[in-house]
Design a protein. Structure first.
Length: 180
């Protein structure tokens, strides 16, 4: 069995991290790597989760696609770059989901209130369907009430991050959600 197959077969908890405002500062419509400012200790927080056996997922609304600010290809390239940058620091993100839709957008094909768009739990449900996530011990960290609403709709605890040291915040969340 390959390492990837083995990682996918073991039931374990997951940390669902919003991207903008949690992993990186939310400076509005982050479509390119030159605009990314990492949250303090983001890689260290993800390494902490990795070392504790959590799956680590990003889930993020990216209405900039629907609004014509950038394309889905741009989002994919940005995510690839972010995951490479984190991996270079020993931090592994297992998977990413994003929702490019927004009902008030301007780009045809994206003008809907899609079931993946937070506060709906679609991205979380999709990740849980594709990975062997143990519900017990899993959690969501977001910076907006819609992130917490998505967590609650998925039956997971949600924690509102106000910025600062992400690793310190993750350590507290892990202590509160650990399953013994």
């Amino acid at each position: 069995m390959s390492k990837v197959d083995s990682a996918r077969s073991a039931l374990r908890p997951a940390a669902f991290l919003d991207r903008d405002g949690v992993v990186n500062h939310d400076d509005g419509y982050m479509g390119t790597q030159d605009r990314i400012r990492w949250m303090p200790n983001a890689a260290k927080a993800i390494r902490r989760l990795n070392d504790a056996g959590y799956f680590v997922f990003f889930f993020t609304n990216q209405s900039g696609v629907a609004r014509g600010f950038f394309t889905e290809d741009d989002v994919g390239k940005l995510h690839d770059w972010m995951l490479e940058e984190l991996a270079a620091q020993g931090a592994r993100v297992d998977d990413v989901r994003y929702c490019p839709h927004h009902p008030a957008g301007t780009v045809e094909g994206y003008l809907e209130d899609h079931h993946w768009r937070k506060p709906a739990p679609g991205m979380i449900h999709d990740l849980m369907a594709h990975w062997p996530v143990r519900h017990a011990g899993s959690f969501v960290i977001g910076d907006r009430p819609t992130d917490i609403e998505a967590a609650q709709a998925a039956g997971l605890p949600g924690f509102l991050f106000a910025g600062g040291d992400l690793d310190a915040f993750v350590a507290v969340v892990m202590a509160q959600t650990s399953v013994r």
